[in-house]
Design a protein around this ligand. Structure first.
Ligand SMILES: NC(=O)c1ccc[n+]([C@@H]2O[C@H](COP(=O)([O-])OP(=O)(O)OC[C@H]3O[C@@H](n4cnc5c(N)ncnc54)[C@H](OP(=O)(O)O)[C@@H]3O)[C@@H](O)[C@H]2O)c1
Length: 400
């Protein structure tokens, strides 16, 4: 559970909150859009100039992603005229502080979206399936964090640094056709966290040398499975250190001092759902099914931020010096690649950061002398932030 009756969020102690302050320079949504557009060298998706700030709803606000939504909206100074905070009946009536004001959390119902322009959803797939279309019908543009619509045709699946062009013509809520504007509105899907963390650093390399084959292994944190999983890791760690038996509840396996294959459903091909999401979503976002991708996803006893070991085989030659140069100027990427002092990205470095951290950039020596081209990378990214809330808010900013 994220919020309490006093509106103060309770985080597991191993997951310290960052100080709530604006990021670097004062944030300006249009500047950020321009940054994405400039670096991509493509037309940005920035469309209408709204006369008034949108009415925003956050669905699943008491959850791990929902709380991060609030942090990101505040830190980026996202414009809003009204803010509606929605969760289950369990949380209705509790309060939540936001920007110095106290809001009452409301139960999500079919009438929740009256007057809402943009709805940020993070309450699970079944809630999105039911309420996403209701919100959209009511005139809201939905940015959905669940997997409910990611692979649906005509629903954009967007990472702003990678495929902002997928949002061309889209607008927020009442700027949609028939609602006083000329843009498209509806449901937009946020990709899976592991997919986003993989594609932000790999896409700048793909654009230059074309990835033919990508093999990725993930090391996924507890927070990727929500608050209950974070609490399970903390409780089990305390229990084991105190000599008590660990009691698995959320996951089948002991989580403290252990790691295990990702807890998502298994398919007959031997890959689990998380692994296939990475494959299918990457194909959709890149608009290219010809890239051969396979993933192995593992849950590790880390509180926050996922890590990924990524192996890339390219159609064109790309040496590590050029790769480092490309990644050094890629939007949303920070290099930590210091071989001399064995200093590379860690989940703790990545926690509460916007950027995906990249290091261990090295030539694939198994291809030496073969005439083929391969590189390996190690990346870490905060999956609650860039893997979920930040990416969704960046999508909404592109529509302002
Ligand atoms: N965690 C991540 O890193 C991550 C990354 C990408 C995407 N996602 C996706 O984001 C979604 C939420 O994940 P999470 O990690 O934030 O989970 P979480 O911590 O378990 O939070 C779940 C949220 O959903 C709300 N909810 C549950 N049942 C509801 C209902 N019937 N009506 C309205 N609200 C309801 C909960 O409200 P109550 O507190 O009232 O129960 C809570 O706010 C999932 O679809 C997940 O796949 C998560």
């Amino acid at each position: 559970m994220g919020g309490n009756s006093k509106g103060t969020t309770t985080y597991p102690s191993a997951c310290p909150r960052p100080p709530t302050k604006r990021l670097g320079i004062g944030y300006n949504a249009r500047l950020d859009c321009a940054r994405v557009g400039r670096v991509e060298g493509k037309e940005t998706a920035v469309s209408s100039s709204r006369s008034s700030a949108p009415h925003v709803a956050v669905v699943g606000v008491t959850g791990a992603v929902g709380q991060e939504f609030l942090a990101v909206l505040e830190q980026r100074n996202f414009p809003f005229s009204n803010l509606k905070l929605l969760a289950s009946a369990r949380s209705a009536g509790k309060t939540q502080e936001f920007k110095g004001k106290t809001y009452k959390i409301e139960e999500l119902t079919e009438t929740s979206f009256k007057g809402v322009d943009v709805a940020l959803f993070s309450a699970g797939g079944s809630i999105s399936k039911k309420f996403g279309p209701i919100a959209s019908e009511a005139g809201a543009t939905v940015v959905d964090n669940s997997s409910a619509f990611r692979m649906t045709e005509n629903i954009p699946l967007v990472v702003p640094e990678v495929n902002p062009e997928a949002l061309k013509g889209w607008a927020i809520g009442r700027a949609a056709p028939g609602q006083g504007g000329g843009g498209k509105a509806g449901i937009i899907a946020n990709p899976n966290c592991s997919t986003i963390i993989m594609l932000v650093p790999v896409t700048p390399l793909h654009r230059v040398a074309h990835v033919k084959r990508m093999l990725v292994s993930t090391y996924q944190a507890a927070s990727g499975a929500g608050y209950a999983a974070m609490q399970e890791l903390e409780t089990q760690t305390r229990d084991v250190l105190a000599g008590r038996p660990a009691q698995p509840k959320i996951f089948k396996h002991q989580y403290a001092f252990n790691l295990f294959s990702h807890n998502s459903d298994m398919y007959p091909n031997g890959y689990n759902q998380e692994e296939m999401k990475m494959v299918n979503e990457a194909h959709k976002i890149w608009g290219d099914k010809s890239v051969h991708i396979a993933a192995t996803c593992v849950r590790v006893p880390v509180m926050r931020a996922h890590a990924e070991s990524i192996y890339l085989e390219f159609a064109e030659a790309l040496d590590e010096k050029k790769a480092r140069e490309l990644l050094g100027k890629a939007p949303g990427v920070t290099l930590i690649d210091d071989r001399e002092s064995n200093r590379f990205p860690t989940p703790l470095d990545a926690s509460h950061k916007d950027d995906i951290l990249v290091g261990r950039i090295r030539q694939d020596i198994s291809l030496n002398g073969s005439g083929q081209h391969g590189l390996a990378l190690f990346v870490c990214g905060d999956q609650l932030r860039k893997g979920a809330a930040l990416n969704a808010v960046q999508i909404a900013e592109l529509l302002l």
